[in-house]
Write a protein that binds this ligand. Sequence first.
Ligand SMILES: [Zn+2]
Length: 619
Amino acid sequence: MAGGPAATHLVPSQAHITVASRSTGALEGTVFVRMLARGLSLWLRPAARSGRASAVAFLLLALAACGESADVADLVLTNGKVVTVDEALPEAEAVAVRGDRIVAVGSAADIEPFIGEGTRVVDLEGRLLLPGFIEGHGHYTSLGRAKMILDLTQVTSWDEIVEVVAAAVAEAEPGQWIQGRGWHQEKWTSVPPGSVDGVPTHHTLSAVSPDNPVILGHASGHAAFANAKAMELAGIDDDTPDPPGGTIVRDAQGHATGLLRENADALVYSVLEEAQAARSEEERWAEFVRQVELAGEEALANGVTTFHDAGASFETIDGFKRLADEGRLPVRLYVMVRFQTNDEMRQHLPEYRMIGYGGNFLTVRSIKRQIDGALGSHGAWLLEPYADMPSSVGLTVEAPADIEETARIAWELGYQLNTHAIGDRANREVLDIYERTFGEEGGADRRWRIEHAQHLHPDDIPRFAELGVIASMQGIHATSDAPWVFERLGPERARSGAYMWRSLIDSGAIIGNGTDTPVEHISPIASFAASVVRKDRNGNAFFPEQRMTREEALRSYTINNAYMAFEEDIKGSITPGKLADLVVLDRDIMTVSEDEIDDAQVVMTVLGGQIRYERTGGE
Ligand SMILES: [Zn+2]
């Protein structure tokens, strides 16, 4: 089986046969009996391989031998097609859950004895049940925040942006900030005359918002657009030098156009942050909680039960921890430490290390760094100049030497390092840094990651497997970036190096999947479809030879992402003993036609044995 950790990492979990039995003493309730019987598991596995023989039947036998009986489940989902992502029993019909754990998986008949008086039974009516999706790389509070500001992701022209902002200004107090995000000039049907680098100058926008500062984030997260008022507050004028790692885009006369690339947008965002920091602590906490809730709702509605948050400060992690203590985190979070200096990390990382905190809702054991920008905004760091901008090889966003120092800290303190790298130069530099840090010892057991690993030089593709570096990729980026990948890289570099899933999998590398939400919509189904079909939104195939199989794509969204977080023993497959994080879809994405995959809807999301989302309304 290619493309996943199962071969080496599911085997240990098969040895954990977890069953529930009622406590026989005076104590009420149940206890979990974890049977680590290696002999039992060895006995089970060949049987399970031989077709439909279910582990449950053997489990019952084993229990009978122990003088115990199977106990009542809290929740049973039955009469479905259960794709487990567990080699021991790849397909089943039903799952029994007690507390926050899966207690049994098997045929409907196997699971029947687990149904008792208090059991909630869900008839799946033949629908597909999968392990809960794990978002491998997203931005959690940004997702919540995106739900609170202007959503420009569907905008198809500059004029529409101006209209949306004008409407927001009409509702706002003078001086109040207007925020938006998600615009992308490549999604516009036309570009106004007088544009610079494909984006208009700020004047029409500034005319509708003379007294309100406006900042509109680019869909890539690697640029923003400001109006005159925002630039004035940020002190940006004709003489302002470009900040390190950023560009204030200017017209032929040297006037700032409003477009701020990479680090240049921080000039405006820092002023916005100051304004927001002036608010009371209660106001800020309330906004944070709202962001957490909104992001959670969006995740659960899309079948996401665990979310890898690609970057939070210590302060944000303090907030997550407080919510975890109060049982208020809506989904499970694996949070990468970000926005702290090396000195701060060296000092504080040990106290921030958390594994499965708050009932497996919060894990902190990794650091996020970022070596370059994004391809769409010409920020990706390339080995050779851009095909459509021969003067540029892109940008380094954070100094490689500083990232290397972080690598040493991560190595010493037992943290993973997850570095954003998009261009082929960026990926090579990060692989080099990791290789030097690993030294003779090797670092495969450290599971360090490269976030995006989007464009690779062919020579570097095998290095992922050789070094044990995980490629934390986003299927949906390939198809949404496809239209401009050719322009930026030219056809040959696009063919040999862009979104190389098949080549990476075949080389033995492990690939995670995700959406980089809110850069893309969080839908795992859309990213699964992109991974499998690899067609852009105009229906053009984008190097289809690099497609994943459906099994690989499913693994990339479940067990592989669990592996990326050292959580494959408790997540990523429907296996007795693992957390009962499950998703029900309205159609079988493993067998429907390619065109139909994208139409699949999440019907139900179960998190820790609780039904946390149910689709209402018409089918
Ligand atoms: Zn990201």
